[in-house]
Design a protein around this ligand. Structure first.
Ligand code: PHE
Length: 472
């Protein structure tokens, strides 16, 4: 049998750290900087944050580990990789759909993700030109409306952003993705630190801490728990092919469990720091509500930047940070499909990435027009933008996450799984009851989570998402 290191045709990351940076780049994105703060704002703060962390640790991390296992065993794009793993597990071929759903979901997400990332690009310019200096809520809202009501502007920014993704993915695993994340991720952390120091010095840091960490257990509802879980999945990039594709390039000896823990630690810490920064700034300017919703970043923050000392400079850094975070996520949405076109159709990297970017661009026009010309074109209450967000986050993501847990939990070839996860068996937990004590390996706990905890939790998110959003 071929060694699994040489089975893939795309190469391997330079080191385990490159994988960690790439996967952290995928995980840290608009989900952390844009969605997390406003969802926390809408759900009352502290208690929601705690639940979010528990969901992340108890369900998100185990499922992410399962996705990396599938990637590293498959050693190719999710589609080709899954067909290899399925063949080796002697089970129904329908399980290969996991790869297909991931690749398709990735492209669908990218189509609207690129539009929002484009807003970030536009705001770098807007803040640099001094257009937010001294603005109040109303003029910030109309500045934002000027952007979203103009298809030409939205298309221009979406095109530039997709061009940036093309540039990286064309370069391949080592010279493209690997090299990009090795520059972008350290830069992102430095910028985040600068912003944090600014927030502590000039913002209302105490109010932000209170909002994020003070918790009132009475405000926890079942809804909030499910919403926290959905968000944890989205921000960890689970179920979209991205982590599977990146896992395929992971060096053989590295521990999947420890690596995934590090990635999820970075992902959560960025969400928390982003929350602290955004709320410190928001609370320092009177008249802005933390529950502002999706406009928090593009309306509330510009008002704050326009009225704070050195706000223009900090505002520029902030929106560059947003774009870098979105960029390093977007490349992981493009890579699964690009790798597959290279394998299956013999395309060069450039031809594969170029045709996919063209396709995503066209699809993205639907999201562009959802904010202007096509605002009233809705299906079951959704514009195209909302519909794509809903279908990917609430249907594709849970279905794929569930399939991954059940496949790795019950169906996958046990010998292969034990080889991939050998190190987990070495970690023992001591369970003590008054009458006896027992040791349990982490491997057993992980299997148990994949078989029972994750499927139940994911099924619950699925039904909540569908029930809440569909209006007939
Ligand atoms: N995790 C990214 C974010 O938080 C979004 C993403 C989802 C990226 C799925 C890749 C795959 O913004």
């Amino acid at each position: 049998m071929m060694s699994s290191n040489t089975r893939g045709i795309h190469g391997i990351w330079m080191s385990r750290w490159t994988f960690i940076m790439a996967a952290t780049g995928s995980a840290v994105g608009l989900g952390n900087l844009w969605k997390f703060p406003y969802v926390v704002g809408n759900n009352g703060g502290g208690a929601f944050v705690l639940i979010y962390f528990l969901c992340m640790l108890l369900v998100g991390v185990p499922v992410m580990m399962a996705e990396v296992v599938l990637g590293r065993e498959g050693r190719n794009s999710p589609i080709t990789g899954m067909s290899y793993v399925v063949k080796n597990s002697e089970c129904g071929r329908a399980w290969q759909l996991i790869g297909w759903i991931g690749v398709i979901a990735g492209l669908l997400i990218l189509s609207f993700y690129a539009v929002i990332a484009g807003w970030g690009l536009h705001y770098i310019l807007e803040v640099s030109n001094g257009n937010v200096i001294g603005v109040d809520g109303e003029s910030a809202a109309s500045l934002f409306a000027d952007l979203t009501s103009s298809p030409a502007k939205l298309i221009a920014w979406q095109t530039i952003f997709l061009g940036m993704c093309l540039l990286v993915v064309t370069g391949g695993v080592k010279k493209g993705l690997g090299a990009a994340v090795e520059i972008l991720m350290p830069l992102l952390f430095v910028m985040l630190l600068v912003m944090l120091i600014y927030a502590i010095l000039k913002g209302n840091f105490v109010a932000a801490c209170r909002f994020l960490f003070e918790f009132d257990i009475a405000s926890v509802s079942w809804r909030a728990i499910l919403e926290a879980m959905g968000l944890a999945f989205f921000t960890l990039s689970i179920g979209m092919g991205a982590i599977m594709a990146y896992g395929a390039y992971m060096p053989e000896g590295a521990s999947i469990g420890r690596t995934v823990l590090i990635i999820s630690f970075f992902d959560s810490i960025v969400a928390i720091i982003a929350g602290l920064i955004i709320f410190s700034i928001v609370f320092s300017t009177s008249g802005i509500e933390p529950t502002a919703g999706p406009g928090l970043m593009f309306i509330s923050l510009p008002v704050a930047f326009g009225n704070m000392p050195a706000g223009q400079f900090i505002g520029i850094i902030f929106f560059i940070l947003v774009v870098i975070a979105a960029w390093s996520s977007a490349i992981s949405l493009l890579e699964p499909a690009a790798a597959w076109l290279v394998e299956a159709a013999g395309f060069t990297r450039f031809k594969a990435s170029f045709s996919l970017v063209g396709f995503v661009w066209l699809l993205g026009l639907g999201s562009v027009f959802s904010f202007n010309l096509g605002k009233d074109f809705t299906l079951a209450g959704f514009t195209i933008f909302d519909g794509l967000d809903f279908v990917t986050s609430n249907i594709f993501l849970p279905v794929c996450g569930l399939a991954i847990s059940v496949f790795v939990g019950f169906v996958m070839n046990r010998d292969v799984l034990s080889r991939q996860m050998a190190d987990l068996e070495g970690y023992l937990l001591l369970i003590k009851t008054p009458s006896s004590s027992k040791t349990l390996s982490l491997r057993v706990v992980w299997d148990w989570v994949l078989r029972f905890v994750a499927p139940i939790a994911i099924t619950a998110i699925f039904f909540m998402g569908v029930y809440d959003n569909i209006r007939f």
